[in-house]
Ligand binder design. Structure first.
Ligand SMILES: Cc1cc2nc3c(=O)[nH]c(=O)nc-3n(C[C@H](O)[C@H](O)[C@H](O)COP(=O)(O)OP(=O)(O)OC[C@H]3O[C@@H](n4cnc5c(N)ncnc54)[C@H](O)[C@@H]3O)c2cc1C
Ligand code: SF4
Ligand code: SF4
Length: 648
């Protein structure tokens, strides 16, 4: 029987139509009438842009929230260790990253819309250094799965993969052709940027999880690839790009034209102690700056024996003895780049350091020929000026720059001796979307050998490759990766950690009409972190006061003091300053417990969750019987965590 109109007006709280109306109005006209709507607040978790821009996909907002004391550890874990555990979920090298990652996360940071980015990698360094100081270790590995993975290459990609594989319980063995692990972190980047005690500490933590290593073992030479395929269930190729590209110009075959990676490896192995004349570096990226800065530090020797020429040392024919360093003095080092100095790809602060340390940098010139002497040795390089855009040479602008050593740092490829079948036509390895090697089941790839880039990129790829390896080892089909592919904060994990895990839904419960009273759901919460970024337009930026960034101190080394200067230049933040810097984070996309919604709600509909039930992301709740949908809470939420939803 149909209800009478009297009954209807008694039972319904909101009448959709006035008596006599026979056409509904558009809902969009009814919503946002300033004072009320049919919508109520829901809580939406999105990925912050810092995390979205970190190639390793670190939960940056999460560890900043821990450092500043908003998110607290449970049990007797101290906050420093809790922050370390959160940051290393994605990336096991916080100390190294904090020092040398060029921090693309900071370019993405929403705080750039206010006054200046959050100094993310300064806080990351603090977390990493504290962990080393306090001797934190990683959790014990996962239960043994009985599967074995070979990792070819013990650089950041290989080591990060070993870490992620051991967490899951897969056995893994790293093959590396060097004496020590670290790849370019040890044999490329000089120790005054990645201090060896820091590197050793971060690597040891990974190896202590039960990673087998076969050092001084080159796959393709010391061990045939077929043997590795036979012994292991899967192979991860993390070879890096250790072959420097020679200059593609006439005369570049001269013996004193060497590559930047070879120069740096000889220096980092202690074989190269000085140069012997004017050094000319061709490049513009990180490697070229490192070569030039190292050359300034090791200096030159004018009266040296012919056998001591740097090219012979770099090529492994001889090595300098330490005593020879007593006679060295400042080396003349020039770096040339096709691009204007302001557009070079090296990090801006590294360029400034090199200039201060006495490296001459000439932008907008292109090398066209190596000029050789009667013995076939390079004595100069002929260059041509480039137009401002760096796209065309200026005819008639050629000139020569004299030099005794030419170092080419213009790019790298892999060394495929003995493993030629893995190479593509660019001297790298092809990668599928999930870092599987197309057409080679059981083979996976990560790091510079996919495309030379950054440490954090190699580490992020390794993590995805490990997911893919797990899927392969489980005999499953590869699925789609999330649109925002990072290590997401998981509210359910947080609820479990704090003993607030919702009950498992009892299937016998019968028909469900709403879950507001039930404990088998996380209410009014939506996790969109795998597809949406908390962009600055979602935030209430007016909430945040102007606060300049707390920067790390930097030791400026000047040209007259650079010879023999191998100390670190970055001075780490102390604990109090690291906390202050973390407090500048606006916690984009996640509640940071500011109380604005509780204070401003005119209906007192938004309440603090009782302390015993509250966790990160569940700090407030809404009493929907009081909410009139005025959306004030959404407007005053600084972090963009509240969205008006649910109602029509
Ligand atoms: C001079 C220089 C400075 C840099 N500075 C920075 C910086 O400041 N910040 C930054 O983020 N990135 C920097 N990079 C880039 C960064 O170092 C690389 O992106 C990163 O190291 C790549 O990691 P990977 O594990 O893929 O390779 P690698 O680090 O190259 O490691 C690969 C390892 O595999 C070994 N190997 C190769 N072939 C075999 C084989 N057949 N068998 C056994 N072992 C093998 C290699 O010898 C090496 O030890 C720099 C690179 C260079 C060269
Ligand atoms: S690894 Fe680099 S990009 Fe990622 S959080 Fe650290 S500094 Fe930022
Ligand atoms: S303010 Fe914080 S959460 Fe937002 S982008 Fe910057 S570091 Fe990330």
């Amino acid at each position: 029987m149909a209800a009478s109109s009297d009954d209807m007006s008694k039972n319904l709280t909101i009448r959709r139509f006035k008596d006599g109306d026979n056409r509904p109005e558009a809902w969009s006209d009814q919503i946002f009438q300033a004072s009320w709507t049919h919508k109520c607040p829901t809580y939406i978790h999105r990925t912050p842009p810092c995390q979205g821009s970190c190639p390793a996909g670190e939960d940056i907002r999460g560890w900043l929230d821990i450092v500043r004391g908003i998110e607290k550890p449970t049990g007797d874990l101290d906050w420093q260790e809790y922050a370390f555990r959160r940051s290393t979920t994605a990336n096991p090298f916080p100390s190294i990253m904090g020092r040398v990652c060029p921090a693309p996360c900071e370019d993405g940071c929403n705080r750039n819309q206010l006054e200046d980015r959050v100094g993310i990698n300064a806080v990351e360094q603090f977390i990493g250094d504290t962990a080393l100081e306090k001797g934190y270790t990683f959790d014990a590995p996962g239960a043994d799965t009985g599967k074995k993975v070979a990792i070819i290459g013990g650089g950041p990609a290989g080591l990060a993969a070993a870490y992620q594989l051991r967490r899951i319980g897969h056995a893994c063995t790293i093959f590396d052709d060097h004496e020590e692990l670290g790849g370019m972190m040890r044999y490329g980047i000089p120790g005054y940027r990645t201090p060896r005690e820091v590197l050793d500490g971060e690597i040891k933590r990974i190896i202590d999880m039960g990673v087998e290593t076969r050092m001084n073992t080159r796959v393709g030479k010391d061990v045939p690839m077929a043997d590795v395929e036979k012994e292991f269930d899967a192979i991860l190729w993390a070879l890096g790009a250790k072959s420097g590209r020679a200059l593609p110009i006439p005369g570049a075959e001269a013996e004193n034209c060497i590559t930047g990676v070879a120069f740096l490896e000889a220096f980092n192995q202690g074989r190269l102690q000085h140069v012997s004349g004017k050094v000319l570096v061709v490049g513009g990226g990180d490697t070229s700056i490192d070569v030039a800065s190292v050359a300034r530090r090791i200096g030159k020797i004018t009266e040296s024996h012919e056998k001591d020429r740097p090219e012979y040392v770099v090529l492994g024919q001889t090595a300098h003895d330490v005593a020879s360093t007593a006679k060295r003095h400042g080396a003349d080092v020039t770096l040339i780049s096709r691009h204007p100095v302001t557009n070079m790809t090296a990090a801006e602060h590294e360029v400034q350091d090199a200039l201060r340390e006495g490296v001459e940098i000439v932008g907008s010139v292109d090398p066209i020929e190596v000029i050789k002497d009667e013995n076939g040795r390079a004595k100069a390089i002929k260059v041509c000026k480039m137009n401002e855009a760096g796209t065309e040479r200026i005819e008639g602008s050629e000139y020569e720059i004299e030099c005794e050593l030419i170092v080419s740092a213009i790019g790298q490829t892999g060394d495929f001796t003995g493993i030629e079948s893995m190479a593509n036509d660019r001297g790298l390895i092809d990668a599928g979307k999930n870092y599987e090697v197309p057409g080679k089941p059981g083979h996976f790839v990560a790091g510079d050998i996919v495309r030379p880039h950054l440490l954090t990129t190699a580490i992020g790829q390794a993590s995805i490759a490990v997911d893919t390896i797990c899927t392969y080892l489980a005999g499953k089909e590869l699925g789609k990766r999330p649109k925002v592919d990072v290590h997401h904060f998981d509210l359910l994990d947080k609820l479990r950690e704090t003993n607030h895990e919702p009950e498992v839904l009892d299937v016998k419960v019968g028909q469900i009409r709403g879950t507001s009273e039930a404990n088998f759901a996380v209410h009014n919460y939506e996790d969109r972190s795998d597809k949406e970024i908390a962009t600055s337009d979602l935030l209430y930026l007016g909430h945040f006061e102007h606060e300049p960034r707390y920067k790390r101190d930097h030791i400026d080394v000047h040209a007259d003091e650079v010879l023999g200067h191998f100390q670190e230049r970055i001075v780490a933040l102390d604990e109090a300053t690291a906390k202050k810097e973390a407090e500048r984070c606006m916690s984009c996309g996640m509640c940071f417990e500011c109380d604005n919604c509780v204070i401003y709600c005119p209906q007192e509909a938004v309440k603090r969750t009782p302390k015993k039930d509250a966790t990160t992301g569940r700090y407030v709740y809404t009493d929907y019987s009081k909410c009139i949908g005025c959306h004030i809470c959404k407007d005053v939420c600084p972090t963009g965590y509240i969205e008006m939803g649910m109602g029509e």
